[in-house]
Design a protein around this ligand. Structure first.
Ligand SMILES: *Cc1c(COP(=O)(O)O)cnc(C)c1O
Length: 540
């Protein structure tokens, strides 16, 4: 949260100087844009590509800013402005980092490190019951579950499945975690040889699925300039994959129900398309995309379809069993070629565990990297990491085995009921409305009567950590077992926060609302991107 505060105040300050620049140079730019577009071929070309990808308005703004920066003195002015804010940011960090160790202690501290760590841990904010998502383990048996997982992890902490001749135990556990997950996600109905691997998290699972799809499509269809199509609601991990693996990313708006718009995706398909994507559910609004229709589209065009079950993988199969109406989402749908499911979310496993699954071995083989010409010997590795912690694999296995189907069913019942209660409660607050129809345990809400980010500020002052979303401006809570006992507190606080904002509209001191608004409205997205990067660079 503190980081968000900093980055957003950074943005707001920058916006002011960007705006004054914009107005100062607007007439000049109107003359310069066509001239430069005509005479600078590189710029002309990039403008065309930009318009295709980002639309006319943002392309004009981008070329405008590009040209503005060519005017002598402007770039240095902008850089200086940026540096000022970055310096300020870093000074904040500096004070926070004062006294941080920069080299090894000469004499080791031995066991005393544990005391120091206890002390350090106390500096984290109180997250219990108050964070959207974040920690999924909770409820009355949580103490036992935490310590069971800790024990399992520590028992295997020094193992490494890279050495499969040495650590058969964790190789065995990984295979079982993958098989048990595949059984939940339509293996039987598919009739195929579903296979997969454990990864470090949802992002790695998605990265691997994209990489495998790219190389599978190159082999199968000879695609050399791959493109993938994602709904705007799909996770940012696809952007990462596109950048890492040199794939062109096409982002398609969602429909009125906030679901993937299959027709719009269809319109973006071409001979270079390797992959389309659906989420079950998507992170922003917790809504399941029409996976069956996406499957039909993928089959028709002979492309891959990845279903992001990072959130839903360990909820939807159980919710369906409990009688909730859950549309098709897994390998039982023809056309689905890969799936990601996070054990470290609703699977209640330790952080750093996820599963990537493929419909068959032919696709998965493209995930592996085999090296024959290394003086270190013959090498083959299945995932992005080389060495991996067997401790996390053992922790995930322990979580799944200790809970069993009945454990997950009971947990799902609780969080689904809590989520329904939250939805009912929000419906009872006339200033708010729910975004779309949540399928699971993520509830997004917005307001057309007041600034929802101001509501968020008041909620934050009451200790809540909700997720702020954009397009449309809204908040969401990802309901976990942590929330089951505090549903009424949440609704009471939300009601009070809405009342406070209604009676005293306008930003509170230290609040983020104006900055969230500014960050969303800032026209030059390249600038926002640069600021995000500079912020990250100064915080780690
Ligand atoms: C969390 C999440 C991811 C990414 O997972 P990480 O574990 O944070 O890497 C991807 N997709 C969805 C829908 C998610 O909720």
């Amino acid at each position: 949260m503190a980081e968000e505060i900093k980055i957003l105040s950074f943005l707001s300050e920058f916006r002011a100087s960007a705006n004054s620049l914009l107005s100062k140079y607007e007439p000049l730019a109107l003359v310069l844009i066509p001239i430069f577009s005509l005479f600078i071929a590189r710029l002309f070309q990039s403008a065309i590509v930009g318009v295709q990808e980002n639309g006319l308005k943002s392309s004009l703004i981008a070329s405008f800013m590009y040209i503005i920066k060519l005017v002598p003195g402007v770039r240095s002015y902008l850089d200086a402005e940026k540096q000022k804010v970055v310096d300020k940011l870093q000074s904040g960090n500096k004070s926070k980092r004062e006294g941080w160790r920069t080299q090894l202690p000469t004499a080791g501290l031995g066991n005393r490190v544990l005391e120091l760590m206890e002390e350090e841990k106390r500096k984290d904010v109180a997250w219990q019951g108050k964070c959207s998502g974040t920690v999924y383990i909770g409820g009355t048996e949580s103490e036992g579950h935490f310590s069971l997982i800790n024990e399992a992890c520590s028992m295997f902490a020094h193992t490494n499945p890279l050495h499969l001749d040495v650590f058969q135990s964790v190789v065995h556990y990984e295979a079982e975690v993958v098989a048990m997950t595949a059984a939940l996600l339509g293996r039987k109905a598919s009739g195929d040889q579903i296979c997969g691997n454990m990864t470090s998290g949802g992002t790695e699972s998605i990265l691997l699925a994209v990489k495998s799809s790219r190389d599978y499509m190159r082999t199968k269809k000879g695609i050399q300039n791959p493109e993938m199509i994602i709904p705007v609601s799909a996770h940012s991990a696809y952007d990462k994959a596109a950048q890492y693996f040199k794939i062109k990313l096409r982002r398609v708006p969602v429909n009125n129900e906030f679901q993937a718009d299959v027709k719009a995706i269809r319109r973006c398909m071409n001979k270079n398309t390797i992959l389309i994507v659906g989420s079950a559910p998507g992170f922003p609004h917790g809504i399941i995309d029409p996976i069956k229709e996406l499957g039909q589209l993928a089959m028709r065009f002979g492309v891959c379809l990845h279903v992001d079950l990072c959130l839903g993988g360990f909820v939807l199969p159980f919710a369906r069993k409990l009688g909730y109406p859950i549309p098709p989402f897994d390998f039982s749908v023809q056309g689905v070629t890969s799936i990601s499911a996070d054990v470290h979310k609703y699977g209640l496993a330790p952080k750093g565990t996820s599963v990537v699954l493929y419909r068959n071995h032919e696709i998965r083989k493209h995930q592996f990297v085999a090296v024959t010409e290394w003086s270190g010997g013959l090498y083959v590795s299945p995932t992005i990491a080389g060495s991996r912690s067997g401790g996390l694999i053992a922790g995930a296995w322990a979580a799944m085995m200790s809970l069993g189907e009945e454990g997950y069913l009971e947990n799902t019942r609780r969080i689904m009921e809590a989520s329904k209660k939250i939805q009912e409660g929000i419906k009872g607050i006339p200033e708010l409305f729910i975004v779309g129809k949540p399928d699971m345990t993520i509830v997004a809400f917005a307001s057309d009567k007041l600034d929802i980010f101001e509501v968020n500020d008041i909620m934050s002052s009451k200790g809540w950590h909700l997720n702020a979303l954009q397009r449309p401006n809204s908040l969401h809570i990802c309901v976990t077992l942590q929330h089951v006992p505090v549903v009424d507190d949440f609704l009471r606080d939300l009601q009070e926060s809405v009342k406070t904002v209604k009676e005293n509209p306008g930003p509170i001191s230290g609040g983020l609302a104006p900055i969230y608004g500014a960050a969303g409205r800032m026209p030059d997205r390249v600038m926002v991107q640069e600021l995000l990067v500079n912020f990250m660079d100064s915080s780690c």
